[in-house]
Design a protein around this ligand. Structure first.
Ligand SMILES: [Zn+2]
Length: 507
């Protein structure tokens, strides 16, 4: 997808950017050229408009920086609506690619497209896709990359790796699981012709010189400090540094993980953050998703090292993980981004839901009044999310920044009367108002229509594909159900362990 040759003159928009000035809305014109915001001014008189500029009348629109979905997985985009609320541990054995047969190239393409379509239609201009391919092949990774390129979305595409299974990460499970069920929790054996994952990862990264200026860039994703052996983690750190790409990982998601951490990281006070610190992994090139069960010392280490964090309030509720300590992070200067996480445990790629929930949950996570407000939250979904992805020139409506802009319909009832634009975006908008979306200086949504994906054709293709996907999902669910009593028991035993911290509403 190429950038338009002509500059675009956005006229008379109401700009709302939490990272600029006092965050108050301001009427302005924006000149977009070569994918960047070339000029911003109170009116056209403030800068010279090229004669050949295309005019976009934004007088009835609110312009915000494009939303950054800083933690997402496209691999289960076809499983939205598949599950009710359940623990992370029981959800994982039903949803993760490791438990499914290898997927076809066509399925990869279609799920990437439908995920991208939902993001773009929802005003999301950038995602970090932490992709699990089973088996991991550079050929299928390239299919996902090429599909993203068609969509116009900005993507930091990371490949997720792990070598340690639930028997070694879920406390008590090994003691209680009958031997005949161990194979289910481990997942099917790898295909005999499966290439070595690290060699495949390096094959992909060797392609890097081609990506300068590309909207789709690569990253390396150790699944979590528990799910990777020390050897794998160190190897992935080396690879990321050798290829100068970012690292993304999960950390401290569920209470069961928090209990497990006390054993797994016992040499580090039970803290995965202190363990990562001991490996030299912390720093601005590492982004950690979730961080629900971290404490003050962990937050201090994250802030001091510049390690980035991404909160995922919706999936944390749906998989019963608890409430991330947003106010603790805000107070320590961590400045987290926000993500929508898996389609099968948040069901919607909707940053408005993520914003609203994160700020409301922060309000009930403690009694003091130092609660983040709407502006902090919109900033988490834009500039701070971009920062969490290492995209320092994205996420703001400023001269020289990428022209990634989301336009909201100011005539929507949610903005009438318009008392406070930022608060009405965070507390009122649900996505209905997204009218136009620009990424890299090009409109990908205009008049609510997605321009880069034929949505009707995609719907037809999905309808054809889904019976086979659902058959496989049903077989996975039936196998996973046999694990439920043992996972429930391991969870109950974990819950009985006092870890001196609470992130649940019911403790
Ligand atoms: Zn995740």
């Amino acid at each position: 997808m190429d950038r338009p040759a002509r500059p675009i003159w956005i006229r008379n928009a109401m700009l709302v950017d939490p990272a600029v000035g006092n965050g108050e809305p301001a009427r302005a014109d924006i000149l977009v050229r070569d994918g960047k915001i070339a000029a911003i001014g109170p009116a056209a008189t403030a800068f010279r408009v090229p004669d050949d500029a295309e005019i976009f009348d934004a007088s009835a629109l609110i312009a915000i920086p494009g939303l950054v979905n800083a933690h997402y997985h496209s691999h289960d985009a076809l499983l939205k609506g598949a599950f009710n609320v359940m623990s992370l541990e029981r959800w994982a054995v039903r949803a993760l690619p490791r438990y499914f047969p290898p997927r076809s190239d066509r399925e990869l393409r279609l799920r990437t497209l439908i995920g991208a379509a939902e993001c773009l239609r929802g005003g999301i201009t950038t995602v970090q896709d932490m992709l699990s391919l089973w088996p991991l092949t550079s050929r299928q990774a390239a299919i996902v990359r090429d599909t993203y390129r068609e969509t116009g979305l900005r993507v930091v595409l990371g490949l997720q790796l792990a070598d340690t299974g639930p028997l070694d990460t879920i406390p008590f499970l090994r003691d209680i699981l009958p031997a005949e069920l161990a194979a289910i929790v481990a997942g099917p054996p790898p295909p005999p012709d499966m290439p070595a994952p690290l060699a495949e990862l390096e094959r992909i990264l060797a392609d890097l010189p081609a990506q300068s200026g590309d909207r789709v860039t690569w990253a390396v994703c150790p699944s979590s400090p528990e799910r990777c052996s020390r050897g794998l983690l160190l190897r992935l750190l080396d690879i990321a540094r050798a290829y100068a790409v970012r690292l993304f990982s999960h950390v401290a998601i569920s209470r069961v993980e928090a209990v497990g951490a006390h054993t797994i990281f016992k040499d580090h006070g039970g803290s995965p953050i202190r363990y990562l610190d001991s490996l030299g992994a912390l720093g601005p090139d590492l982004t950690l998703a979730h961080g629900v069960w971290l404490d003050d010392d962990d937050a201090r280490l994250l802030a001091g090292s510049g390690t980035r964090l991404v909160m995922n309030p919706i999936s944390n509720l749906k998989t019963r993980n608890g409430i991330a300590p947003y106010r603790l992070y805000a107070n320590k200067g961590v400045r987290p981004g926000l993500g929508c996480d898996n389609c099968s445990c948040s069901d919607a790629q909707n940053m408005f839901q993520a914003m609203k929930l994160s700020v409301l949950l922060a309000g009930i996570a403690g009694r003091s009044d130092d609660v983040p407000g709407a502006r902090d939250c919109l900033r988490a979904a834009t500039a701070d999310g971009a920062r969490a992805l290492g995209l320092e020139n994205t996420g703001r409506l400023g001269v020289g920044f990428s022209a990634d802009i989301t336009f909201l319909d100011r005539d929507d009832p949610v903005y009438r009367p318009l008392n406070d634009a930022t608060r009405q975006i965070v507390y009122g908008e649900a996505g209905r108002g997204v009218s136009a979306v620009m990424v890299d200086g090009r409109f990908v949504v205009r008049d609510r229509k997605l321009l880069t994906i034929d949505e009707d054709a995609l719907a037809d293709e999905l309808a054809e594909l889904m019976p086979a996907v659902l058959r496989d999902a049903e077989a996975v669910r039936a196998r996973a159900e046999r694990l439920d009593p043992y996972l429930a028991e391991a969870e109950a035993r974990s819950w009985a362990v006092d870890i001196g911290m609470t992130r649940m509403a019911c403790e």
